[in-house]
Design a protein around this ligand. Structure first.
Ligand SMILES: [Mn+2]
Length: 331
């Protein structure tokens, strides 16, 4: 896959950002290490340039990301009187932030769209979408270099977190030499790798372990073991006292089973929406499968939200995966 940097050069994007006196920063719902780390790193950098910055994310923040420098600055509610410039970080679509915001403010604001999702809809006034970046954090690093910002420890912790979470500690297929090079520069600032890794990947709450237990007992294999499905109902979350965001990464247990090509985790949320995470191992394009349900993401990792009862949503997704697997094999 060649470079698919779209719509603006990084240099032009940096020039445009440099002119902004004040900006509101947004990252996607169900936040992860990449969207929050990237947003905070960029915000801290813009503040060091003397700009006024505000930070928004409408979801509860995962406990294991609460160590990120600056995270206490993020507000959950979005005010009506937003500044003229809005920066969307790691969001494939603008309504990954908030549909109210999209309907009410976007037409009257200048939107900066910084992302690495192949499904990005280029909704910004300025778009910088690099699908070869393993994490949006890599793009932010290059942008800060372009802006001649010196990388402080606070920025480095945020960007390192962005990269190691989206690359699965440099193990997913999106990992490149550039991921390592940027990480090496970040490590030079003296960040505590052991502590960051422990918080992000090792330490678990009891509720998380209970949810893992549920997920593994609910796991089923279909189609000669090529599809692995985990379903988590509202009752499963209630019984384990686990918040929805503690299911992060559980889909990997399904994907990790030998001979599985497609793995899916379906979660029933409080508002009766079904949140779906899709993964593939070696060839299936799950971005395509997710897009059938109005979602998207990456080729090996994508997601969507379905407004159907849990069992029907499960059936539809499994059917779509079966068809995609059959189609692929016949090619
Ligand atoms: Mn990302």
């Amino acid at each position: 896959m060649g470079s698919k940097t779209r719509a603006n050069t990084l240099k032009q994007f940096a020039l445009n950002i440099r002119e902004v006196p004040e900006a509101a920063l947004f990252s996607h719902v169900s936040p992860d290490g990449d969207c929050l780390g990237s947003m905070l790193a960029l915000g801290i950098a813009l503040e060091s340039m003397g700009k006024k910055v505000s930070y928004y994310n409408t979801s509860p923040l995962p406990d294991n990301l609460k160590f990120l420098p600056g995270i206490e600055r993020i507000s959950r509610s979005i005010p009506e009187d937003l500044p003229a410039n809005l920066i969307f970080i790691d969001c494939a679509e603008a309504d990954r932030v908030d549909s109210h915001l999209v309907n009410n403010c976007l037409p009257t604001r200048t939107i900066f769209n910084i992302d690495h999702h192949i499904s990005n809809t280029l909704y910004g006034t300025y778009n910088y979408v690099d699908v070869t970046a393993a994490a949006t954090g890599e793009i932010i690093y290059s942008l800060l270099r372009e802006l001649k910002i010196s990388i402080t420890k606070e920025i480095a912790i945020n960007l390192y977190t962005a990269i190691i979470t989206d690359t699965g500690r440099f193990s997913y297929s999106n990992t490149t030499a550039k991921s390592f090079k940027i990480a090496a520069e970040l490590v030079k600032t003296g960040i505590d790798l052991v502590a960051i890794n422990n918080i992000l990947f090792e330490r678990k709450s009891l509720a998380q372990i209970r949810l893992l237990h549920k997920a593994l007992s609910n796991l089923v294999l279909l189609k000669d073991g090529s599809i692995a499905v985990i379903v988590l109902s509202k009752e499963d979350f209630a019984e384990t006292s686990a918040e929805e965001n503690l299911s992060e990464g559980l889909v990997n247990y399904a994907r990790n089973i030998e001979d599985v090509e497609a793995a899916v985790l379906l979660k029933e949320l409080d508002n009766d929406e079904i949140k779906v995470s899709l993964r593939s191992n070696s060839w299936l394009d799950v971005n395509k499968v997710a897009s059938k349900f109005g979602g998207g993401g990456h080729i090996r990792a994508a997601g969507c939200t379905i407004n159907l009862p849990l069992s029907e949503a499960t059936q539809s997704v499994v059917l779509a995966l079966e068809e995609a697997l059959k189609h692929g094999r016949n090619n």
